[in-house]
Design a protein around this ligand. Structure first.
Ligand code: AP5
Length: 221
């Protein structure tokens, strides 16, 4: 391949497994994981101006306005670590406007992975999700049960209710086709209605084909 660090985008409905797959991808490929949702939650947690403005949109399951998101993501992508190791952008772009904004900035991935899971399955995934604030591991009470030693510290996201999921899903369905339209030539659709490791095996195959040349170099730096 080109010898450039790998640049990948990952998309999918809420709770389709983006974060879960990103943890596996990062472990293997050493890319910098940039999650728009995580960046926004960090702003909320820090009490910043962006965070204060974003909070009500996020807790209701609506997209945060572009003026809060676009620069934040562009800025993060431009940092040295992402430029040198390559990046894995998760949850951005989520609209045609957002795709347009990074196209204009000359930011284009090598591959766009779309994880597909039917809506009915997402309710159970979202309501059973728990997060470990210490290690950032994503658990599921049924599909990836947490060890006893961490159970007491697990947290549940405020938007992880069936009710909020409806808004998040509506937003996703309204926008996904327009976003995909920007990346048709590099789109890889992955069936996410399988075990986490099976889903990863497919993604691993896709990314390995891109990064054969790059990984040893990245590791040698
Ligand atoms: P964001 O944080 O991106 O949330 P999301 O898209 O709703 O995605 P999730 O994090 O909920 O799910 P995931 O796909 O990562 O699933 P996970 O791996 O955890 O965004 C949150 C909010 O921020 C948005 O609503 C919006 O307000 C705002 N925002 C974000 N980006 C924005 C943007 N670009 N513009 C404007 N606003 C923006 O998996 C879910 C559960 O299922 C887990 O418990 C996991 O263990 C389990 N699981 C995973 N894979 C499997 C499997 N294969 N089988 C069984 N269980 C599985």
């Amino acid at each position: 391949t080109s010898g450039q660090p790998l640049k990948a985008m990952i998309a999918g409905a809420p709770a389709a497994g983006k974060g879960t797959q990103c943890q596996k991808i990062v472990d293997k490929f050493n890319l910098v994981h940039i999650s728009a949702g995580d960046l926004l939650r960090a702003e909320v947690a820090s009490g910043s101006e962006i965070g204060k403005k974003a909070e009500s949109f996020m807790s209701q399951g609506f997209l945060v306005p572009n003026e809060l998101v676009v620069e934040m993501v562009k800025e993060r992508l431009s940092q040295d670590d992402a430029q040198q190791a390559g990046w894995l952008l998760d949850g951005y772009p989520r609209s045609a406007d957002q795709a347009e904004a990074i196209e204009e900035a000359g930011i284009r991935p090598d591959v766009f992975i779309l994880i597909e899971v039917p809506d009915e399955e997402l309710v159970e995934r979202v309501t059973g999700r728990r997060l470990d604030p210490v290690t950032n591991t994503i658990y599921h009470m049924k599909f990836k049960p947490p060890p006893d030693s961490v159970v007491d510290r697990l947290i549940q996201r405020s938007d992880d209710t069936e009710d909020k999921l409806r808004n998040r899903l509506d937003t996703h369905h309204k926008n996904v086709e327009a976003v995909i339209g920007y990346y048709k030539d590099i789109l890889v659709e992955v069936n996410g209605q399988r075990g986490m490791d099976e889903v990863f095996a497919e993604i691993d195959g896709v990314l390995s084909a891109f990064s054969e040349d790059d990984m040893p170099k990245a590791a040698a730096v």
